[in-house]
Design a protein around this ligand. Structure first.
Ligand SMILES: Cc1ncc(COP(=O)(O)O)c(C=O)c1O
Length: 421
C-alpha cells in the first residue's frame, strides 16, 4: 500500500502546481523531446557560438592548469562564495562604476532564483513583534518566478502598471507613482530591470524615485538585474545602473549562456550579504563553484563585459527586431499591441478584447506544438488591473532557433485570427 503523506502549510505552498513549475516542465520537455516544437516559452538563453567557445576554452585551461580542476570540484567554498570570484567581481564593479564596494558586499547563491527566495523570506512575513511585512512590487506584470516564493500567505503587495499606448501597435508600462506608497507593513520593494516578462526597462528617473522612496521608508530596494549591465547586458535602451547601500542588486551568470552552473550574485550592504550567506549555509552549505571558477578571470580582465556588449547584446537585439517584424506581419488584421522591446529575451503581446483568456490561448497553441507563457501568471500580489488586461497578454521568448520562432509566430497569428473572427 502506498502511504499518503501529509504536507505542512509550507509544504503545500511549495508543492502547488505553480506557474514556474509548469514553465520549467514545458521547458525541460521541449529541450529533450524529438518531436518538432516551436519553443517560445521558457527563458533558456540562446546557444551563441562565441560564448560556448569561451566556456570550452576556460574548461580546457582549468583541466590543464595544475590542480585547478581538483580544487574546483573537490572543495566546498565558504557559504558567501568562492574567494577569487568575490574579489574579482567586487574589484570589477568598483573600477567600472566607482562604487565603494569590496568582497564584503558580494554574496553568491545557487542561481539568482535562490537569492530572491532567501531575500523575500528574510524581509517579509511575520516579524518578531508579530506584525506581518510584505514585499511591494511597484509594477506588475512582474517575473513569474517570484509569484510563489513568499512563504507567508500575505507576503505580496503590488501596483498595476500605468499603460502608455504608443502608435497603432506598441505600448510601454510605467510605474504608477500616484498609486504607490510605502506603508509601515512593507519590508522591501522589488523590481526586475530589464523586466521579465515584458522587455521593459524602467527609466533611470523611475529607479531614482523608487530608490529615494525606499531610502526614506528605511527599507531595501531589490533590483533584479539578471539581464542587465555589465553582463549579460541584454539592454537595448540607453539607461544606467544604479546602486546604493540600501539597494540589493541581483545578478546572474545564467543569461550570458551558463544557466546550468546555477550561479547568482548579489551586491548589497555587508549586513544583507551576511544574512544571505547564513541562509546559504543552512540550505545548501555552499554554492556550486564551477561558474565562479570559469568566469572569475573573465570578469577581472574585462572579457565578459566585452563579450556582453559586442556579441550577446547585438545578438538578442537583432533577434528581437526580427521577431517583432514577424509578429507585425502575422497579426496584421487583428487588434494587438507589443510592449516596447528594451531588453531581456522576451516579447510581451497584448490582444485587447481577446475573446478567450490567455490561458486558453496557451492551451490551443500547445495543441499545435507551439509553447508560449500565458500572461495571467505575471500578475500577482494585491493590485489588479481594471478590465481584462491581465487575461489578454502572452509572453514569447525569441532566444531559440529562428525557424521555430518564426513558425510559432505564424501559428499564433492563425489562432488569434480564428479567435477574433
Ligand atoms: C528576472 C529574472 N530573475 C531571476 C531569474 C533566475 O535566474 P537564475 O536562477 O538562473 O539566476 C530569472 C530567470 O529566468 C529571471 O528572468
Amino acid at each position: 500500500m502506498i502511504m499518503a503523506v501529509s504536507f505542512s502549510k509550507i509544504g503545500q505552498k511549495l508543492t502547488t502546481r505553480s506557474g514556474i513549475l509548469e514553465l520549467m516542465d514545458d521547458l525541460g520537455s521541449a529541450m529533450t523531446t524529438d518531436r518538432p516544437l516551436n519553443m517560445l516559452g521558457g527563458g533558456n538563453p540562446a546557444h551563441i557560438p562565441a560564448c560556448n567557445e569561451l566556456w570550452r576554452r576556460r574548461m580546457e585551461e582549468i583541466l590543464s592548469n595544475g590542480a585547478e580542476f581538483e580544487r574546483m570540484v573537490a572543495n566546498y567554498d565558504t557559504p558567501q562564495g568562492n574567494d577569487d570570484f568575490l574579489k574579482s567581481i567586487a574589484a570589477y564593479l568598483k573600477a567600472e562604476y566607482s562604487w565603494d564596494v569590496g568582497p564584503e558586499n558580494i554574496a553568491v547563491t545557487n542561481g539568482s532564483q535562490s537569492a530572491f527566495f532567501y531575500l523575500f523570506n528574510l524581509l517579509s512575513g511575520e516579524m518578531p513583534d508579530g506584525r506581518v511585512r510584505k514585499i511591494l512590487f511597484p509594477l506588475v506584470p512582474e517575473y513569474i518566478g517570484y509569484a510563489d516564493q513568499g512563504l507567508h500567505p500575505q507576503s505580496y503587495e503590488s501596483v498595476p502598471a500605468a499603460i502608455e499606448e504608443r502608435g497603432a501597435h506598441r505600448f510601454k508600462y510605467h510605474i504608477n507613482f500616484d498609486a504607490l506608497s510605502i506603508g509601515t507593513d512593507i519590508g522591501a520593494l522589488c523590481v526586475s530591470r530589464p523586466t521579465n516578462p515584458t522587455g521593459n526597462v524602467i527609466t533611470d528617473g523611475e529607479v531614482m524615485r523608487l530608490s529615494a522612496m525606499a531610502k526614506a521608508a528605511g527599507v531595501p530596494l531589490l533590483i533584479d538585474n539578471a539581464y542587465g549591465a555589465p553582463f549579460p547586458n541584454i539592454l537595448f535602451a540607453d539607461t544606467h545602473l544604479h546602486w546604493e547601500d540600501h539597494i540589493i542588486l541581483g545578478m546572474s551568470l545564467s543569461k550570458i549562456g551558463l544557466p546550468s552552473v546555477r550561479t547568482g550574485v548579489i551586491l548589497a550592504s555587508p549586513e544583507i550579504v551576511q544574512a544571505v550567506s547564513a541562509v546559504n549555509a543552512i540550505v545548501s552549505l555552499s554554492n556550486s563553484t564551477l561558474g565562479q571558477v570559469i568566469t572569475a578571470p573573465l570578469i577581472a580582465d574585462g572579457t565578459l563585459r566585452r563579450l556582453s556588449t559586442e556579441t550577446i547584446m547585438p545578438f538578442y537585439r537583432e533577434r528581437s527586431r526580427k521577431a517583432m517584424e514577424w509578429l507585425d506581419a502575422a497579426l496584421a488584421d487583428v487588434p494587438y499591441r507589443i510592449h516596447e522591446s528594451e531588453g531581456a529575451l522576451f516579447l510581451w503581446v497584448w490582444f485587447p478584447g481577446l475573446p478567450v483568456s490567455s490561458m486558453e490561448l496557451y492551451r490551443r497553441l500547445k495543441e499545435r506544438d507551439t509553447l508560449v507563457i500565458p500572461g495571467e501568471y505575471f500578475f500577482f500580489g494585491s493590485g489588479t488591473f481594471a478590465g481584462n488586461h491581465s487575461r489578454e497578454c502572452i509572453r514569447l521568448t525569441y532566444s531559440q532557433d529562428e525557424d521555430s520562432v518564426r513558425e510559432g509566430i505564424r501559428i499564433i497569428g492563425e489562432e488569434v485570427r480564428n479567435l477574433y473572427s
